[in-house]
Design a protein. Structure first.
Length: 183
C-alpha cells in the first residue's frame, strides 16, 4: 500500500512540475532556473531531477507536448478547407507566440534543437507543414515557389511580432496572405 501511495505522490508531483514548468517557460522562456520551477511547484529541485535529469530534458518534454497539441489542433482545423489550412495554422501559431515564449523560443532554436532533441515530434510537425503547404498550393491559395523553410521562417517571424508588437501584428495577416498568393 505504501508503494502505491508513493507512486501516486510521484505522479502528482510530476504532473505539477510539468504544469508549472509549462506556465513558467511560456511566461519567461527557457532561461528560468530549475530551482525557480521547483519553488513554484512546491517541490525540491531533486524531485524535478528524478523525473527530468536536466533542465533541457524538462524543456524538451514541454515542447514535445506543445508540438503534439499544435499538430492535433491543426489537423482538426485544416480538414475543413485545404486552401485556408495553412493560413489557419500560421495565424494560430502566431497567436501562441503572444502567450507562449517557450514555444516561440523552441521554433527559433533557443533552448532546444527540435531536429536533434525531438526528432519524432519535429518530423510529425514538418510533415504537417508539408501537407498543409501542398494542399494550399493545389487549391491555388499559395504560390508554388513557397517551401517548408519559408513557412518555418514565417512562423518564427509571426510569433515574434505577435509577442512583441501585440495587436499591431494583426495588420500583418492580410499582408502575409497577399505575399503568399499566386501572382
Amino acid at each position: 500500500m505504501t508503494d502505491k501511495r508513493l507512486r501516486a505522490d510521484a505522479a502528482r508531483n510530476r504532473a505539477r512540475v510539468l504544469r508549472v514548468a509549462y506556465e513558467t517557460f511560456a511566461e519567461e522562456g527557457a532561461g528560468v532556473p530549475i530551482d525557480e520551477i521547483a519553488r513554484r511547484a512546491g517541490v525540491g529541485a531533486g524531485t524535478i531531477y528524478r523525473h527530468f535529469p536536466t533542465k533541457e530534458s524538462l524543456f524538451q518534454a514541454i515542447v514535445a507536448d506543445r508540438l503534439r497539441q499544435v499538430v492535433e489542433h491543426t489537423r482538426e482545423q485544416a480538414a475543413a478547407d485545404p486552401g485556408e489550412g495553412l493560413f489557419a495554422f500560421l495565424f494560430h501559431l502566431a497567436e501562441q507566440g503572444a502567450t507562449d515564449l517557450g514555444l516561440t523560443e523552441a521554433f527559433a532554436g533557443v533552448g532546444v534543437d527540435l531536429a536533434t532533441s525531438l526528432p519524432e515530434a519535429e518530423r510529425e510537425f514538418t510533415d504537417l507543414m508539408t501537407g498543409l503547404l501542398a494542399r494550399a498550393q493545389r487549391a491555388g491559395t499559395v504560390r508554388r515557389d513557397v517551401d517548408v523553410d519559408d513557412v518555418r521562417t514565417l512562423i518564427v517571424g509571426l510569433q515574434a511580432m505577435r509577442r512583441f508588437r501585440g495587436e499591431r501584428a494583426d495588420r500583418l495577416y492580410p499582408m502575409i496572405r497577399a505575399g503568399l498568393a499566386p501572382r
